[in-house]
Design a protein around this ligand. Structure first.
Ligand code: PMT
Length: 221
């Protein structure tokens, strides 16, 4: 009996890490568990949205009523999101996309050698920035994982990537960030608003964030 505030809307959520291959048995990645993104997808579906979850490799079960598209690398994620984007009403980018990938992907397993080794990295495509350039009616919601100057860096990303909202987590807070059950965030809007949310379970937080963004909820944080 939740208010179906996203009925008739298509929402794309991205979740989890990406993996950037070094060779057939090794990769570069990060500690995202996918919990925050899966919680956002579950909440979007519960509020009535047609929900597409573009997910990096994680151990979680896909929420009921959510269509999952499984990807590995940042490039895969870009392509999967673009394929769904034109018909979408909102994109929520909770994924921790790798900013760099190995410049060379070795076809065979790299052999151990004497001494040190270097892996040269190159930039991946910035998915949100690409969407920010392409959007016409879509609402774009980013996440920002910061360790310092949280507001300044988060607002910088909101501007540069042409977003409508950015949800900033201070990943140095023990109650939030990568892997934990809970998160503590501030929602920054394009209009200059800043709404802090206290530490809470990622599922409860996801619901409150979507109600705030799409439902005009004002006083029940
Ligand atoms: O998965 P959990 O363990 O539950 O952890 C949740 C989380 C900490 C991963 C999540 O809450 C979060 O903060 N996700 C975004 C992490 C991140 O990559 O932040 P960023 O500041 O590097 O990127 C900013 C935004 O740009 C993000 O929305 C990201 O998806 C997007 N981005 C980044 C790089 C890139 N190449 N393409 C992108 O679209």
């Amino acid at each position: 009996d939740l208010p179906q505030i996203l009925e008739g809307k298509k929402v794309i959520v991205t979740a989890g890490p990406t993996r950037e291959r070094i060779d057939p048995v090794r990769y570069v990645s990060n500690f995202s568990s996918g919990k925050m993104g899966y919680a956002m997808a579950e909440a979007a579906a519960a509020l009535g949205a047609e929900t597409v979850l573009v997910t990096g490799p994680v151990e979680l079960e896909v929420p009921v009523g959510v269509r999952a598209v499984r990807v590995e690398s940042a490039q895969d994620m870009l392509e999967a999101v673009l394929a769904e984007f034109d018909s979408a009403d909102a994109v929520i980018k909770a994924a921790a996309v790798a900013d760099y990938r190995p410049k060379t992907v070795h076809a065979g397993k790299m052999k151990k050698q004497e001494g040190d080794s270097l892996i040269e990295l190159e930039r991946t495509a910035d998915i949100l920035k690409t969407l920010g350039r392409r959007k016409n009616h879509q609402c774009l919601i980013g996440f920002a994982a910061e360790t310092d100057r949280v507001e300044e860096y988060a607002r910088g990303k909101l501007e540069r990537k042409n977003l409508d909202y950015i949800i900033a987590n201070d990943v140095t807070d023990p109650a939030g960030g990568f892997g934990s059950e809970t998160n503590v965030v501030t929602l920054f809007g394009r209009d200059g608003t800043a709404v802090p949310f206290p530490a809470m379970d990622k599922k409860a937080l996801a619901m409150k964030l979507l109600e705030r963004i799409f439902g005009g909820a004002r006083d029940d944080r």
